[in-house]
Design a protein around this ligand. Structure first.
Ligand SMILES: O=C(N[C@@H](O)C(=O)O)c1ccccc1
Length: 329
């Protein structure tokens, strides 16, 4: 009898993009409603050791905003640039996501702000949260906010805040503060103490929010409405740091993650991981020749994976061309 023995494995699509993209440090990736790739990058600005003072204040305001287009919409098949926007607005781009109306929600760690932008190329800020260049940790201030996730049903907006705060805030679609959890909130559950909540993903089929709790090298998931803790995924294979996560509501729910260099020596090889959300088992891992600092990850409806690298200033594409083989038994 013949059984179909399918060996799925993500492999780099080395001939993507067909022609090089002019990118600076790639900090964030998103997908629009047509599954086009949206790249958020830093042009000629760089986040270096002297970018901030020890109170989180950005030191290079005199550079002015990045003049290149920081938001590129790119064809997922060829890699050609379809749209370019986000000029003269940002200093140090970080996270990006799209909402169900194809607006962009982005964070800038130098401005300590979150923006909702129309994706019609006019870059009109529709919502602005935080005070420009003013770090803080109350309801109107962030400190190097890292990412945004939007609930497609309620439109509620979640912000991971950030490098110098350790909390998740929830806002209404219009940007009214609703609640927050992690540092500074009333709950004292020791297990919810983030160390750089670095990346967010909303799980539409479970109505949960998962967080890449970077320096704790773990993923934590919460009931989005309430912030109630649901589960933690922490794997030896991550080493000490998880930089970014994504999710596909298929095969019972798949979490995609990239790890990072650990400053504390517990490093593991830099890789992407495909994890079964329910069993927490690693189903696949993948890497190109050279991951520098994999910084964000997205997965398309047809299972293509893109990783943005903030050290090699590039975006890498991976695809799982199943090598199904027929095995005689
Ligand atoms: O984490 C850092 N950077 C990346 O996450 C990023 O570039 O977003 C960083 C931290 C300290 C100094 C310089 C860079």
């Amino acid at each position: 009898e013949e059984v179909l023995d399918q060996e799925y494995h993500l492999e780099e699509v080395t001939d993507w993009p067909e022609s090089p993209l002019q990118l600076g440090q790639v900090s964030g990736l998103a997908l629009d409603s047509d599954d086009n790739l949206v790249i958020f990058h830093r042009g000629d600005h760089q986040w270096g050791v002297n970018s901030f003072d020890n109170s989180g204040k950005y030191q290079q305001q005199s550079l002015g905003p990045i003049q290149q287009s920081t938001i590129l919409v790119v064809d997922p098949v060829k890699g050609s640039v379809l749209k370019a926007s986000g000029r003269n607005m940002f200093y140090l781009p970080h996270g990006i996501t799209t909402d169900k109306d194809n607006n962009y929600w982005v964070t800038d760690v130098a401005l300590h702000q979150v923006f909702k932008l129309s994706s019609d190329g006019r870059d009109t800020p529709l919502v602005v949260l935080g005070e420009a260049f003013e770090p803080g940790s109350d309801k109107e201030h962030f400190c190097k906010p890292t990412d945004v996730a939007v609930d497609p049903v309620t439109g509620n907006v979640y912000v991971s805040d950030g490098y110098c705060n350790a909390r998740i805030l929830k806002f209404s679609p219009e940007g009214t503060y609703l609640s927050h959890w992690g540092a500074g909130s009333s709950d004292r559950r020791r297990r919810v103490q983030f160390r750089i909540p670095h990346s967010l993903v909303f799980l539409p089929d479970r109505r949960e929010l998962c967080v890449a709790d970077r320096e704790n090298g773990r993923i934590q998931c919460f009931v989005a409405e309430s912030g109630e803790f649901v589960k933690e995924i922490k794997k030896q294979e991550f080493g000490g740091e998880v930089f970014a996560i994504s999710y596909a509501p298929v095969h019972g729910g798949l979490i995609y993650a990239v790890n990072g260099e650990s400053a504390y020596g517990r490093s593991a090889p830099l890789k992407g991981f495909v994890i079964n959300y329910s069993t927490k088992e690693i189903l696949d891992d993948f890497s190109p020749e050279n991951f520098g600092m994999p910084h964000d990850i997205v997965v398309t409806k047809d299972g293509r994976v893109f990783v943005g690298d903030a050290a090699t200033d590039s975006v890498l594409k991976f695809s799982s061309d199943s090598k199904s083989t027929l095995t005689k038994v």
